[in-house]
Design a protein around this ligand. Structure first.
Ligand code: SF4
Ligand code: SF4
Length: 287
């Protein structure tokens, strides 16, 4: 079972939820925690295990053999990212804009384009008890986050329960991380901003046809509109975490909630059971 933990906006406590859920599950199951927030991976801060393996990730960047090139311009036409331009008798490649999609080399009528690997980041691995931890880290100045996320997801073990910590927002890296999940947990806070970003995230997971549920963090900080929205949209609120000085203090020190306040372990196990029941029933919104 693959559970992605996402949020429409940053700073909602998504990583707090992902790490506590993974740690609670690892008491009884084989678990993988995948940090796919590759621009700013921070789940490792909550885990006392350091990563001990690292693999570079390469992106295939086009290279033109000008002895074969006829300067027809097809490669520039097909590139959706403006990463290749043909000016008179010169082909210019902008590696920093290239997403390594391969369309230009595939469509070049003269087979004048080959590809060479450019290192854009790393995938790092470590373990903690029953839990395997894998994180992607995008290199500074690089833009191809989805390529790193794909590499991280290649490590998914189908015999494990997999928790994916997704980057905030609703852009391409989010779609890449969330797609193919069995369930998506959306973490939000009960404020107008939280509601706005939650509704955008719900649109994305519904387009991907993935069942979802909500965790409301910092309960009591705002109003009831997130609860009303979830009720109207038939989305279950699976966990409520109150605004609490102790929880905020644990978070700031990088201590997982279920380790700092062990009473929360039961709540996270119940959360995992509810998700499992929804996935088993193929239910899009109810337990
Ligand atoms: S598509 Fe191939 S032949 Fe045409 S300009 Fe690009 S590299 Fe040259
Ligand atoms: S590989 Fe894709 S993104 Fe890169 S230059 Fe070619 S068409 Fe553009």
């Amino acid at each position: 079972m693959v559970i992605s933990v996402a949020s429409g906006k940053g700073g909602t406590g998504k990583t707090l939820v992902a790490t506590s859920l993974a740690l609670a599950l690892s008491d009884k199951d084989k678990v993988q925690l995948l940090d796919c927030d590759v621009e700013e991976p921070n789940a490792h801060i909550f885990l006392s295990s350091a990563t001990n393996q690292s693999q570079p990730v390469f992106l295939p960047i086009p290279k033109v053999d000008e002895t074969k090139c006829t300067y027809c311009g097809k490669c520039a036409e097909v590139c959706a990212y403006n990463a290749i331009a043909v000016i008179k008798e010169k082909v210019l490649i902008f590696p920093e804009l290239c997403h390594g999609c391969g369309a230009c080399s595939y469509l070049c009528p003269e087979s004048a384009i080959t590809e060479e690997g450019k290192e854009i980041g790393v995938v790092e691995k470590g373990s903690l008890g029953n839990m395997e931890f894998i994180q992607g880290r995008l290199g500074i100045g690089e833009i191809a986050a989805p390529a790193i996320i794909r590499e991280v997801k290649k490590h998914i073990d189908p015999t494990s329960v997999v928790i994916i910590d997704v980057s905030p927002g609703t852009s391409c890296p989010v779609v890449e991380a969330v797609k193919d999940s069995d369930f998506c947990l959306l973490v939000t806070e009960p404020t107008p901003f939280g509601l706005n970003d939650l509704s955008l995230a719900v649109e994305v997971v519904r387009k991907l046809d993935i069942p979802c549920g909500v965790v409301i963090n910092r309960g009591g900080v705002g109003d009831e509109k997130v609860e009303q929205y979830c009720h109207e949209q038939d989305i279950p609120v699976l966990l409520r975490i109150p605004l609490d000085r102790n929880i905020a203090s644990l978070y700031s020190k990088g201590i997982p909630l279920i380790e700092g306040i062990p009473e929360w372990r039961k709540a996270f196990l119940k959360l995992s059971q509810d998700i499992e029941a929804m996935v088993r029933l193929g239910n899009k919104g109810k337990i």
